[in-house]
Each structure stands twice: as C-alpha cells, then as structure tokens.
Design a protein around this ligand. Structure first.
Ligand SMILES: [Zn+2]
Length: 348
C-alpha cells in the first residue's frame, strides 16, 4: 500500500511501500534510524498522518493536513534538541501516550533525536514496551546510543539510507531552487537533505563555496596570510549572523509593541530573546560546520567522495568525522581563529 501522504514526500521513495505495509495493523513502537538529514523526521510525520487519517493517509483531509502541520490532537511530537529532554518532559510524553485517541484510530507519539535520550531512557522504557493498544510510538534517531539499546530492541526498526543525489536535486528544484545550484548542493551534501538546504540558505551557496574553497586552495605561507584568510572567513560568518539578527530584532520590536498594547504577555519577550540568542549561536555553529566541510572536502579530495553513492557516503562520513572533531574544539571553547588556523595548516 502506498497512501498518497507517503508517496508524495519526494525523497526516500523506497520507504512508502515499507511503511505502507504497516498501516493496517501497526506495531506498538518504531525506530526510524538514519544519518542526519536522511528525511526520517519528515517520514515520521507523514507516517503519523497516515495512521490518524480515516482513509489511511489520503493527504487531503483535515486529519492529514493537521498532522502534517503539527497541530493534530492525536499526534504529538517531543523534540529532544541536544539531549534537552527532562524527566518531566518524558513523563508528559508518557501521560499523553496513555490517553485514548480523540477521534482517530491511533494516538501517535513521535520522539525525535532519541539517540541523546540519556538518563531519561529508564523512565520511557516500560511505557514504550507496553503502551495502550491504540498508541504508536515513533522514535527517531541517528544512531543507537548505549542508553537506548534496550528500547531499540523492542521496536520495529526502519533504516533510512542517505538520500539519493537525484532525489535531493529534484526535491530542491521542486522547492524553487535554481537547477544549477540544486545540482551542486545535492552533490556536496553527502546525502543529507538538511545540509543541502543549509547550503542553499539565503541564496548564499555561490559565496559560501567560493570563499571556503579558495581558503582551502590558498595554503597560507605566513602567519600574516593566515590571519587575512581567517579574517575573511569569520567576517563572512559574522555577516550571515548579523543579517539574521536584524530580522530577529525586528520581530522582537514588534512583539514589544504588542506587549505595550496589552496584546501579548510580558514574559513572551524574555522567551523570544532567549530563542533568538539560541538560534544565533546555533546558526554560527552550523555556518562553521558547513564551511569546514566545504574546505576540508576541497583540501582532501579523497574525502569529498565521488562515484557510486555508498562509497561517496563512506567518504563523506570520514570527512564529517574531521569536521566533528573541529566542531568539538569550538564547543570546548577553543577560539574560531585557532581552530580555522589548525585546519588550514593541515593539522588534524
Ligand atoms: Zn487523510
């Protein structure tokens, strides 16, 4: 069975028959497992829509539409960004999962970034093992971490491979990307739809590529040159962040006006400020992460991968390990200048 809501996603087409076969009598828990950007979150949402739709995923009805929009009362998503899920969050998810569906056949509880579940795992284990018969858990993870191994063994595992390059390209074009840029981004993203979209973000693909690639080619011969190159790269990142910050501050100003008129709660300002600060930190990290991966791919062509998709993905994983090591140094407080200098100097 290939219900429209699954067939329509436009990437990982092979999942439609796999998941479609489970719709008539779903098991109590699924584990959607795949590398970052492999589309497993979007598929979890579409699967949830198919489960709550009276027609098994028509893609048109109110149930389908609200499930896809994240507003359906019988579909609840618990994100766990950077392992932030608390014991209280887990208890909320369990309480929600214990309720009967309000009108649909099933209640679907999606738990994202489950690999970082950590100390909350024991709280969830029993609930996921024995939910009410009308509840379906969908756990979404990039890896099976050691804390979640027991839970994973109780789930139907659905493996998501890296997304096919042609599928990514077609998807980007369907979302309005320039075909040439879509092709480049699809080739560079290592099978990650999310990374392909980040590469294109803000219409900055050409600028990103030329800056980070030329930095990789210009092996600096002196400390002075190194400082100049590093300055150009961090300057570019500063510009991207400043742009987003301007947009965010305009939104904050609007919110302050609404609070002044009594149309919004004062506490909302503090929340919005914290959200913006978090987003800017995240954006800065992700901009460097992209840049490092473009730069290292250029410096070490063997790592950039070419030819058949699975070899390309292997090569890309090795590249991502190097990028990950650089990102961990940044997270540990090493300065951007030092980390960039070390990468450009060819040190690990
Ligand atoms: Zn429907």
């Amino acid at each position: 069975m290939r219900p429209p809501v699954l067939a329509r996603l436009g990437f990982q087409a092979g999942m439609a028959p796999v998941l479609g076969a489970h719709l008539a009598s779903p098991r109590h828990a699924y584990l959607f497992l795949g590398p970052p950007g492999s589309g497993k979150e979007e598929w979890a949402t579409a699967f949830a829509a198919a489960l709550v739709c009276p027609d098994g995923g028509c893609g048109e009805c109110g149930d389908c539409r609200s499930a896809l929009a994240g507003t359906h009362p019988d579909v609840n998503l618990f994100a766990n960004r950077d392992g932030s899920m608390s014991v209280d969050d887990a208890r909320r998810a369990i309480r929600y999962a214990s309720l009967s569906p309000s009108g649909s056949r099933f209640r679907v509880v999606v738990l994202e970034e489950f690999e970082n579940i950590g100390r909350v795992a024991p709280v969830l284990l029993k609930a996921i093992e024995e939910p009410p018969s009308s509840t379906v858990y969908v756990l979404v993870a990039s890896t099976v971490g050691k804390e979640m191994a027991t839970i994973a063994s109780r789930c139907v595992r659905v493996d998501f491979p890296p997304v096919d390059v042609d599928e990514i390209e077609a998807f980007l074009v369907s979302r309005g990307a320039d075909p040439g840029e879509a092709e480049t981004a699809a080739r560079l993203c290592g099978g990650s739809l999310a990374k392909a979209q980040e590469l294109l973000a803000g219409g900055l693909l050409a600028r990103r590529l030329s800056l980070w690639r030329s930095a990789a080619r210009e092996r600096p011969r002196s400390g002075f040159e190194l400082i100049r190159i590093v300055g150009e790269l961090t300057g570019f990142v500063d510009d991207v962040i400043a742009e987003r910050k301007r947009a965010g501050e305009a939104g904050l100003a609007e919110l302050r006006e609404r609070v002044a008129k009594g149309a919004a709660n004062r506490g909302a300002i503090k929340d919005a400020e914290a959200d913006l600060a978090r987003e800017l930190r995240w954006l800065r990290r992700s901009e460097f992460e992209l840049g490092f991966s473009i730069m290292l791919g250029e410096m070490h062509p063997a790592l950039a991968g070419a030819g058949d998709p699975s070899a390309a993905y292997q090569a890309h994983s090795r590249l991502q390990e190097r990028v990950g090591a650089a990102m961990r140094r940044l997270a540990a407080g090493v300065s951007e200048v030092t980390v960039l200098g070390a990468l450009l100097g060819g040190q690990p």
